[in-house]
Design a protein around this ligand. Structure first.
Ligand code: HEM
Length: 351
């Protein structure tokens, strides 16, 4: 049997071994640091400016102060053009507003057609035809109209395609369509601009404002009278058509042509800022122009009986002329407009 003092010595030895092991383990692991306020501040700062996010440098680049670049030209020493961000941000809301305007116009026209139907003639057709547009005027109208429609469709694809068409037709077809639309738009624009200038020269005289146009405006040409009994006489073109001529053809289309050239030919040393402004103005003018053209195309096709004949064949029935453009009709009958010749239904000249 072991002596009690020996047992005590053994216990002491085991305890000493345990203590030594704990002390050794503690010596292996690093000491836990005391809480440090400076470190917390550094971590917060890193969240704001993590490595590689050189916020100071980019602020300097975007400040607009001249930097050093190897580009030679009007934008020498512009590293990054800060207005580009503004341009990118203002485009979507403008496009959305324009899209809503177009949708409203189309709904309004569908509603008007459902309510009123086509504007028909009251009297019987006489079969005697009056020349309204000689061939040159018709060809130039159709060149302008067809190029305008091509520009409108391709422009709408460029503006709204990514949002509306891409989810429907997929990336492959959409990329093909978008590229095609861009080419159509870029090459048709100059053709439209030439047709536009010739059109303005040929049509301006008949679109000068006259006192009687005020009567047409006051009664809105009888367009809101469902019975069609409100008769408002007008010259060769009524005030609505004159508004179309000055608003759509002269103002909006000229704005589109000028801004279109700025965008189509970036090689004339124009700055990015000029192109950004041109792009926004182009978009606003285009959406307004397409909205306005919808009214005209509606009246020129399904909205008014006999209107399309004028632009298709160049001739209108005497009844149509009297009911829609009475002053012009009177002038033709009285021979005060020498260029306009009466013809019979077969298009044979009477004189
Ligand atoms: C593509 C569809 C179009 C159709 C079916 C169409 C139809 C017509 C018709 C029938 C007329 C003769 C109206 C009358 O005898 O009084 C006319 C005239 C006219 N069209 Fe169009 N048109 C179209 C596109 C356009 C476009 C896109 C523009 C302008 C960008 C335009 C501008 C004019 C102007 C200014 C007149 C003569 C009215 C005036 O000078 O006041 N047309 N059109």
């Amino acid at each position: 049997m072991a002596h009690p003092s020996m047992i005590d010595a053994a216990r002491l030895f085991v305890a000493a071994l345990g203590l030594a092991a704990v002390a050794g383990a503690a010596a292996q692991s690093p000491a836990s640091p005391p809480p440090d306020a400076g470190q917390a501040t550094e971590q917060t700062a890193r969240k704001i400016a993590p490595p590689l996010n050189n916020q100071k440098m980019w602020s300097e680049v975007r400040s607009g102060r001249p930097q050093t670049t190897s580009v030679r030209g009007r934008e020498t020493d512009v590293l990054m053009q800060p207005q580009g961000q503004t341009w990118r941000a203002v485009r979507p809301p403008i496009a959305t507003a324009g899209g809503m305007l177009l949708a409203l116009v189309l709904l309004g026209l569908a509603g008007y057609y459902a309510w009123r139907g086509p504007i028909t003639l009251h009297g019987k057709k006489t079969g005697r035809m009056i020349e309204r547009f000689p061939p040159l005027k018709r060809y130039i109208h159709w060149t302008m109209a067809l190029t305008f429609v091509a520009l409108a469709i391709s422009g709408l694809i460029i503006t709204f395609g990514k949002t509306l068409l891409l989810p429907l037709i997929g990336a492959t077809l959409f990329s093909w369509l978008a590229t095609f639309a861009k080419f159509v738009h870029n090459f048709t624009g100059p053709v439209f601009s030439v047709a536009l200038v010739v059109f303005i020269v040929l049509f301006i005289r008949d679109n000068l404002l006259r006192a009687y146009d005020l009567k047409w405006i006051a009664k809105f040409g009888g367009m809101l009278d469902k019975s069609g009994n409100t008769h408002v006489p007008s010259g060769k073109f009524n005030a609505g058509e004159k508004a179309l001529f000055w608003g759509l053809v002269v103002v909006l289309s000229m704005v589109l042509v000028v801004t279109g050239y700025i965008l189509n030919f970036p090689n004339f040393d124009q700055t990015r800022a000029t192109m950004q402004v041109a792009n926004i103005v182009h978009m606003v003018a285009a959406l307004l122009a397409v909205a306005m053209a919808c009214f005209h195309i509606y009246l020129g096709t399904v909205g008014m009986q006999g209107a399309l004949d004028a632009m298709r064949t160049g001739y209108v029935d005497e009844t149509w002329a009297r009911e829609h453009h009475e002053y012009w009709y009177n002038d033709v009958k009285a021979g005060r407009i020498p260029s306009t010749v009466a013809a019979d239904a077969a298009g044979q000249y009477a004189s």
